[in-house]
Design a protein around this ligand. Sequence first.
Ligand code: AMP
Ligand code: MG
Length: 352
Amino acid sequence: MKWELKTKRVYIDATQPDEASLIEAASLLQQGALVAFPTETVYGLGANALDGAACAKIFQVKGRPQDNPLIVHVADQKAAEGLSAVWPEIAERCAQKFWPGPLTLVLPKGPALPDEVTAGLNTVGIRIPSHPVALALLRKAGVPVAAPSANLSGKPSPTSGSHVWQDLQGEIPLLLDAGTCAVGLESTVLDLSGSVPTILRPGGISREQLEDVLGEVRIDRPLEGRAPKAPGMKYRHYAPKGEMILLQGSREKILQRMEDEISKAHRRLKKVGILCTLESAPFLHEQLPDLLFVLGSEERPEEVASNLFEGLRLCDSQEMDIILAEAIEEGGVGMAVMNRLEKAAGHRLIRV
Ligand code: AMP
Ligand code: MG
């Protein structure tokens, strides 16, 4: 029989975290154990970033590919500077403007970090999260904390304590559960190790926001056959179990295509889930899906971002065979939403 670790789930106030729970979590981290905790982006699965053996457990528990580096979370800028080999002026500007917040800076790595954290790369991704629980935990632990998303690899990232519980119950000693995450998408990963700042992964801070502060910002769009600079971007991610298709075009055509697909699927006795905007939802009436999840208003991409992973997970838990999702505009955080939707759909995007 497999020996099961009992996971303690501690409910913690998101704005005024209780001291005793923080002490318990910090001391587990100091002892080399894993702790799942909330951040403003998604829940993180944390380990002491200076402890290679502790970081190795993250890969084991998540089933994470060994070549996918971990983001290091710190409580203040001084700690970030201490982990990188250099601290260029552009990093200073990013930190001043966007930290604490959903921006990860990739810089040449300093000597303190074990190879497990950076997956052997000579750079490190660092950020200061803004969630009060994450910040308080980092201060209490007094060590940098390596923390990827607290989901099983390949599954949608966890945006609530319940998502973490579904994935990691019995695998880790402690989950700090503070309810849902405000941003709901991972951080933007910005590479500052080259001559022009380059977005390796779109996320909670938009390209437009970065350009306002930094001027030209490139986007790493890997060409066929070339590996992306953020190793994690090459893996199938966020993937629900059902077959997912992303539909892009006019509302009318998208709705028509959705109804055609629903009727086709129902003839084959397949269950269909729809992820769509608030504006489209009322117009599906000829053919009804088995699950209709409203992502949010197309006027508010932040809302869509914060609901997306919940919608994908719901399609899984309700056992949808086919998932049809409506594309949104790429402006602002819409770019990160589309990046996750495309990955979840395995790049099956249909222009109607
Ligand atoms: P996760 O924490 O699960 O959201 O994954 C972290 C993401 O950041 C992955 O896509 C990594 O590939 C990327 N990342 C972390 N550190 C680096 C680095 N040093 N260079 C490039 N990408 C990185
Ligand atoms: Mg992840």
